[in-house]
Design a binder for this molecule. Structure first.
Ligand code: PEP
Ligand code: MG
Length: 878
């Protein structure tokens, strides 16, 4: 990092949960990551009330730097323990340490804001000490027991005294957001001002009093600015005009608050710029949006909003044309929609037919109903009318007509009829998805992205993720989705940052073309950052690039633990490009080949020869060099769930993740030809080398037996025809259903290896769908229930003498790695970009410590407790 050291903050409370919560609140308001640590609780798991001086000292050491450390503690014994910690710290810290009598919550928040601004220890301590003043001012008169002169700001709040007029240029702003300048907008104002070098002061314009330091959260909050109030600000210094322009933009954007009035305009002061005159780069929300980290890394780029193909929005009638469009032009514009309607309708009818053949009348009915929706002439008529009379393209027109049709159903009295709205949305969404892949992509679709774009989508689909070109796309920001969805896995594999769960304003369209910083580690998207923030982000990117290059340049050592014992790190890949990247990054083979991913969007499933041709360059990236090499693990098609194959007529299911997916689909006679073609292709591609075949979604021993029999058949066919192929081979399974983990001893007897698919294992153990953001907190692979399933699998593998690895995303999670090793996992397969990082993590882990850690983790109550255990082992609190 090239950034100057920041003051560290330690939050101490008798209750560890409270200390952690305060630290998190401070981090969030201070728009972290910031050096904030917490200490609290006593006993093995820190779950009893109390404080411990050495614990506090540890926390201080974790955030120590030359800038110093500020300690805030709750009461009584905590203060004594903190004082002792400060004494113990003497001579051990790089900078000064201070314990101040600030209120814990308010003080931590005020301190964090200053730390975020890079303030020195004196300023941070002063702000923390003055943090009660705003509350006292706000509640003046509410409580008989209030302090004697509650409205008087604390002396700790820096002010210019009455009469001393600060120099500089002035501007007034009307604050037009719900609840006025409360904590979040005040913090946003301080953060905005903090990007500039100019000094800035502010006061109420309606009742001018003392000027307060505009960099002080307390000073701002103490003013008690309500909705409709006007503030006066003065700025002095070379970048004072830019500072005021940034504040103007922030005010005009309503501080990025929900419930804001965007028309918040300047209030008659000099140089008030109407919102329409804002610089283009400021047209975003202005606020830092916080979501969930889905792929690590940082991106600086321009936001590119991808039209939400599958979302029906009634954005209102487009403007009327000055003259109706000619009939021939209307028909030409309508043609792609008509064609897409025809194709999706045919696909739905085929799905219906296939479902009926399997006696799945319910699924057949749904597909038929959807096909009927698309066949309704009213759709085409509505689109035609819009195209003729309104200024819009055919996709917009179709989206509007379909949205109104769905809304019409939703307004019906009958519940069953109302539910048809979902069918309209689903069927229309398929048409829109098809249209979005038109050969002539409209601006905003994937192929038309400008280089360096940060893609903004409602929800990234698996096939969209596959179409991402890392040479053009710098990162992905989405409103919906989760880190375990296949789309996120693919993005991680590309080494791109991704944040999901973002509250994108009005579908994100206002963000198009706005410069932004996307932080996949912190889970934030910052549209229209100031120059200082941009420079800091670019410096961080350059630093990360240097670190990555250093990791890559390390000799290609195999994965080893701290005691020297081997732990191979392989790669999970889906294409030849992935495989080459993995080999270049030092992967020790292919631990998982997702054979289906490259085919999701194919018009038809490639025939046997074409499959062999696709596999050849993937295997060639890892030529066999000796008997010690691990054979590449080639997984049979894992189709279904969130990976439907466009080329296949799959049944419409109510719960696709619990339905015909993976080996279940391959067991269906309708798909035996698909299965046997792939088996022959895999055997042929592996000619002259050893390979492993891996079965996805196994729940029963019979499923393994059936694949073994089909493999024997494929081998016999090829042998009869004299075609070179790999034989014998290793046959293993993905352990990714609770059934497989619980019956692991019986399944192990039939397998050459186990590979834990922790993505699915987590969703099935926790009953929380991996792509569903609403339950993403539940789908946590560190939950002790998931760890117990891993333990059962490892125990069974050990007893049967077969290797067990992890090929799910948990294998690349730095917090999960020691636990997996402690539970008995002997190899990891991770996305190519993670290989060097995982090796670096392994080098610092001792097997005995991992075993002890895993033992304790199994006894924890929830994932948060497990996480805290690992962080404690690592000496971290973040
Ligand atoms: C898993 O489930 O962990 C896994 C590796 O398979 P996929 O993510 O492809 O379902
Ligand atoms: Mg899986």
């Amino acid at each position: 990092m090239t950034m100057a050291a920041r003051v560290g903050l330690v939050v101490v409370s008798h209750s560890r949960a409270l200390a952690e919560a305060v630290a998190r609140l401070a981090m969030a308001v201070g728009q972290g990551p910031l050096p904030i640590a917490f200490a609290g609780g006593v006993g093995d798991a820190h779950d009893a009330l109390g404080t411990d001086a050495t614990d506090i000292l540890d926390a201080m050491l974790r955030v120590d730097s030359a800038a110093g450390v500020l300690v805030l503690a709750d009461l009584g014994g905590a203060l004594l323990a903190a004082e002792t910690a400060l004494e113990l710290a003497e001579g051990q810290l790089a900078g000064p340490a201070r314990l101040v009598a600030a209120p814990l919550v308010e003080g931590a928040v005020a301190a964090a804001v200053q730390i975020g601004l890079g303030a020195d220890l004196d300023t941070v301590a002063r702000e923390a000490l003055g943090a009660l003043a705003p509350k006292q001012a706000q509640l003046a008169g509410c409580d008989a027991a209030a302090p004697p002169s509650p409205a008087a700001p604390s002396a700790a709040v820096q002010q210019v005294t009455d009469g001393a007029e600060p120099p500089g240029i002035r501007e007034r702003f009307r604050i037009d957001i719900d609840h006025g300048l409360h904590l979040r907008p005040a913090a946003a104002l301080v953060a905005t001002i903090g990007r500039f070098g100019a000094t800035a002061w502010l006061r109420r314009a309606d009742a001018p009093g003392a000027w307060g330091d505009a960099r002080s959260l307390n000073a701002i909050a103490t003013l008690g600015i309500d909705r409709g109030d006007v503030i006066e600000m003065t700025a002095d210094g070379a970048d004072a005009p830019a500072l005021l322009a940034a504040v103007r933009a922030l005010v005009a954007r309503g501080f990025g608050e929900a419930g804001r009035t965007p028309a918040a305009d300047a209030a008659g002061g000099p140089a008030a710029t109407p919102p329409g005159d804002l610089p283009a780069a400021s047209a975003g929300t202005g606020a830092i949006l916080t979501g969930m980290p889905a792929a690590p890394g940082l991106a600086v780029g321009t936001l590119a909003v991808l039209a939400a193909a599958s979302v029906l929005v009634d954005a209102g009638d487009p403007p009327v044309r000055s003259a109706p469009l000619a009939e021939a032009e209307v028909e030409a514009a309508l043609e792609p929609v008509r064609a897409a309607l025809g194709r999706v309708g045919a696909r739905l009818r085929e799905q219906s037919r296939a479902a009926r053949a399997r006696a799945r009348g319910d699924a057949a009915g749904i597909a038929e109903a959807q096909a009927a929706v698309l066949a309704d002439p009213a759709l085409e008529t509505g689109v035609r009318a819009l195209l003729r009379d309104r200024v819009c393209d055919a996709v917009t027109a179709f989206r509007l007509v379909a949205a109104r049709l769905a809304a019409g159903y939703r307004a019906l009295a009958d519940a069953y009829q109302r539910a048809r709205a979902a069918d309209v949305e689903d069927a229309a969404g398929q048409v829109l998805a098809l249209l979005a892949r038109a050969p002539e992509p409209a601006p905003g679709t994937l192929a038309a992205l400008p280089a360096g774009a940060i893609l903004v989508v409602d929800k990234l689909t698996t096939s969209q993720a596959l179409a991402l070109d890392p040479a053009r796309v710098a990162g992905v920001a989405s409103a919906r989705g989760s880190r375990d969805a296949h789309a996120a896995i693919i993005v991680r594999g590309l080494g791109l940052p991704m944040v999901t769960g973002l509250a994108l304003p009005a579908g994100g369209s206002r963000l198009d073309g706005v410069a932004a910083v996307l932080d996949g580690d912190a889970g934030t998207l910052e549209p229209a950052p100031g120059p200082a923030r941009l420079a800091a982000a670019r410096a961080r990117l350059a630093e990360a690039a240097r670190a990555a290059a250093a990791l890559r340049e390390r000799p290609r050592q195999p994965g080893v633990l701290a005691d020297g014992s081997p732990l191979p790190v392989q790669a999970s890949v889906a294409s030849a490009a992935d495989a080459r990247a993995a080999a270049a990054g030092g992967a020790q083979g292919i631990g998982l080949l997702r054979t289906e991913l490259a085919l999701l969007d194919a018009e038809q499933v490639p025939d046997e020869d074409a499959q062999v041709a696709r596999l050849a360059p993937i295997l060639a990236a890892f030529p066999e060099t000796g008997a010690d090499d691990r054979p590449p693990r080639l997984r049979l098609f894992d189709i279904g769930g969130d990976k439907p194959l466009r080329a296949l007529a799959l049944p419409v299911e109510a719960n696709p993740f619990l339905g015909l997916r993976g080996v279940r689909l391959l067991a269906d006679p309708a798909f035996h030809a698909l299965r046997d073609t792939q088996l022959r292709a895999l055997l042929r591609a592996g000619a002259g080398r050893r390979i492993g075949i891996m079965i996805p979604m196994v729940a029963t021993a019979a499923e393994i037996d059936a694949i073994r029999a089909a493999l024997a058949g494929a081998h016999a066919d090829l042998a009869r025809a004299g075609v070179a192929h790999a034989w014998p081979l290793q046959l293993g399974i993905m352990v990714e259903t609770p059934a497989a983990a619980l019956a692991a001893p019986q399944l192990a007897a039939r397998c050459d290896y186990f590979s834990l698919g922790t993505n699915d294992l987590t969703q099935y153990v926790m009953a929380a769908e991996r792509g569903n953001a609403a339950v993403t907190g539940l789908a946590d692979g560190l939950h002790p229930a998931v760890l117990r399933a891993v333990a059962l699998t490892c125990d069974a593998a050990r007893a049967a003498g077969i290797p067990v690895g992890v090929c799910g995303e948990l294998g690349a999670d730095p917090l999960a790695i020691p636990l997996l090793i402690g539970l008995g996992v002997g190899e990891l397969s991770v996305h190519p970009a993670a290989v060097p990082v995982v090796k670096a993590r392994l080098a610092g882990l001792y097997p005995a410590a991992c075993r002890a850690l895993a033992e304790r983790a199994l006894g924890c109550t929830d994932a948060a407790a497990v996480r805290a255990l690992v962080l404690a082992m690592d000496g971290r609190t973040d």
